[in-house]
Design a protein around this ligand. Structure first.
Ligand code: SAH
Length: 245
């Protein structure tokens, strides 16, 4: 009975979170080029239990429209950001999506709730392991996880309908452009690492489209503040040696 009450309470909290996201989408319509989310994206957000993706001590804040710490210096993105990244990718049931930066696994779960098959890469071993376990326990069988440098993509599963990069890159990784389908889209924050002042926007969220003829166009969606994309030391050393595995 107590469990049922909790479930109903959380559904209510998610509905309130969606109200806040809708308001922010409307406020930023001039950036986004639209004032409403795809209803399927909204429904996916309404179904995804964000409280299961945050540390226990943050659970009470799980449905506030803000990023939260998940340990090891990383964060779970703000729900509004997850909403617009998913929306701007223009995907739906059956889409094949690559996510760079699994973090807590929340964004991957939202994509799975939308009906996508997801390949998600995380560089921090502890986070990669915890997210893979969590997603499995929650029944997200359509999410494939691995530890590695997401800038190299997941060539065996390519090409992808969409690629979502959830950490800020200083340059667009060429491997990710290669792994995008013709007609596909990549959503990626580009710019210098977030400075000393937290939550100031230092990067541009870009929508990169690969046309049918393979040509690539870029458009700024929004100013954003993401944690930086890290080049794992062992991968950097390997690159310097000019070698593969
Ligand atoms: N999408 C996540 C939030 C990600 S925060 C969520 O829904 O919770 C960004 C994540 O990117 C962090 O966990 C960070 O460790 C990871 N990351 C940074 N550089 C990376 C790289 N080169 N490859 C894969 N993951 C990376």
């Amino acid at each position: 009975m107590a469990e049922e009450r909790k479930t109903a309470e959380r559904a209510k909290e998610r509905a309130e979170m969606l109200r806040l996201i809708d308001a922010e989408v409307a406020e930023t319509a001039h950036w986004l080029g639209k004032d409403k989310l795809d209803p399927r994206v909204r429904e996916a957000l309404a179904r995804t239990p964000r409280h299961a993706f945050v540390p226990r001590m943050e659970e009470a804040y799980a449905y506030e429209n803000q990023p939260l710490p998940i340990g090891l210096g990383q964060t779970i993105s703000q729900p509004y950001i997850v909403a617009i990244m998913t929306d701007q990718a223009n995907i739906g049931p059956g889409s094949r999506v690559l996510e760079v930066g699994t973090g807590s696994g929340y964004q991957a779960a939202v994509l799975a709730e939308l009906g996508c098959e997801v390949w998600s890469i995380e560089t921090v071993p502890e986070l990669a392991e915890a997210a893979a376990k969590r997603l499995k326990e929650l029944g997200y069988g359509k999410v494939h996880c691995r530890r590695g440098d997401g800038a190299k993509g997941w060539p065996e599963a390519a090409p992808f309908d969409a690629i979502l990069v959830t950490a800020a890159a200083t340059a667009i990784p060429p491997a990710l452009i290669d792994q995008l389908k013709h007609g596909g889209r990549m959503i990626i924050p580009l710019g210098p690492p977030d400075g000393a002042i937290r939550f100031t926007s230092t990067q541009d969220l870009l929508r990169i489209e690969k046309a049918g003829d393979g040509s690539v166009t870029k458009q700024v969606v929004l100013p954003v503040a993401f944690v930086p994309l890290i080049t794992p030391p062992e991968d950097a050393a390997r690159e310097e040696n000019g070698g593969e595995d």
